[in-house]
Design a protein. Structure first.
Length: 293
């Protein structure tokens, strides 16, 4: 197979897991010419019936187009799949989940092999792909020129958010947002555990919990303002001193309900440490500085 001229309607996709297959179908539905490859060939059969060209090897798939999107299991899978593959002249867009350090190293690895590189962090689940109103998007970082050149194709499956020339920034944004998500899930798990043994319908409790989390979400803007300006007391309504004084109630309630406090105690300990060295009038922003040391 010979490399096609650069054009927005022709690209290659390596990796046909749940996310890769969803991206592939979005591109095909939008009329893009698509070459695909997957380590397990059977996963490509359905896409072939939908119009995708199936390559027998990763090298063959890469040679088919200048724009090559990679959506594999992990960073090691990328190295394994592309080992020995000629990447000269390739515009490599790596959507494989990785750490910031891995993304930076992979970008250098690609450049050393003659490719231009863009890293991506997917903020969506497969059912959101190809559904603009679902709100999914991909963080992109690395070459802005490369991002702008292929933006028309990249924005087809989900939205796009460019976050900087540093190749590791997409992965960093991805993991930062997902870390906050897991923190939210942890709090929700503790809340449900508290009511678990009571005559309280979880389905009736859920909308109350969801609405409360939504109401509290804007607090992140105050945290950002504090970190940028340096004044951790600005516009604080519930000071750190008052909040630390209230933590025994949460721990006692957990004990009464027979619930482990293990999801709460690490954060409460950080709050106490910050109070010991800071001001009771500030908010919770100082915890960020404790974590970032």
């Amino acid at each position: 197979m010979t490399r096609n001229p650069v054009e927005k309607t022709s690209l290659t996709l390596l990796g046909l897991g749940a996310m890769g297959a969803a991206f592939a179908r979005a591109w095909l539905a939008a009329g893009h010419q698509l070459t695909v490859w997957n380590r397990t060939p059977s996963r490509a059969a359905a896409l072939a019936a939908e119009g995708a060209r199936v390559a027998d090897s990763a090298a063959e798939a890469v040679a088919a187009n200048t724009l090559v999107v990679v959506c594999l299991l992990d960073d090691a899978s990328v190295e394994e799949a592309l080992a020995g593959v000629d990447l000269t002249g390739t515009d490599l867009v790596n959507l494989t989940t990785s750490t910031p350090a891995q993304a930076r190293a992979r970008a250098e690895w690609a450049r050393a092999r003659g490719a231009r590189c863009l890293d991506g962090g997917i903020m969506a689940v497969p059912p959101m792909v190809g559904v603009p109103e679902a709100g999914g998007y991909v963080f992109y970082s690395g070459s802005r020129e490369l991002f702008e050149r292929h933006h028309d194709a990249l924005r087809v499956p989900v939205g796009t958010v460019y976050v900087g020339e540093d190749a590791g920034f997409a992965a960093l944004h991805d993991v930062a947002l997902l870390s906050a998500m897991y923190g939210m899930f942890a709090g929700a798990a503790h809340a449900f555990a508290l009511i678990r043994k009571e005559d309280i319908d979880p389905a009736s409790f859920a909308p109350l919990l969801a609405d409360w989390l939504v109401a509290m979400a804007p607090a992140v803007h105050q945290t950002a303002d504090h970190l940028r300006g340096g004044d951790y007391t600005k516009d604080v309504v519930s000071g750190l001193g008052m909040q630390v004084a209230g933590t025994p109630t949460f721990l006692s309630t957990a004990e009464e309900q027979g619930v482990s406090p293990e999801l709460l105690t690490p954060y409460f300990e950080l709050m106490r440490r910050r109070l010991a060295e800071g001001s009771g009038e500030e908010g919770l922003t100082g915890v960020v500085d404790l974590l970032a040391r």
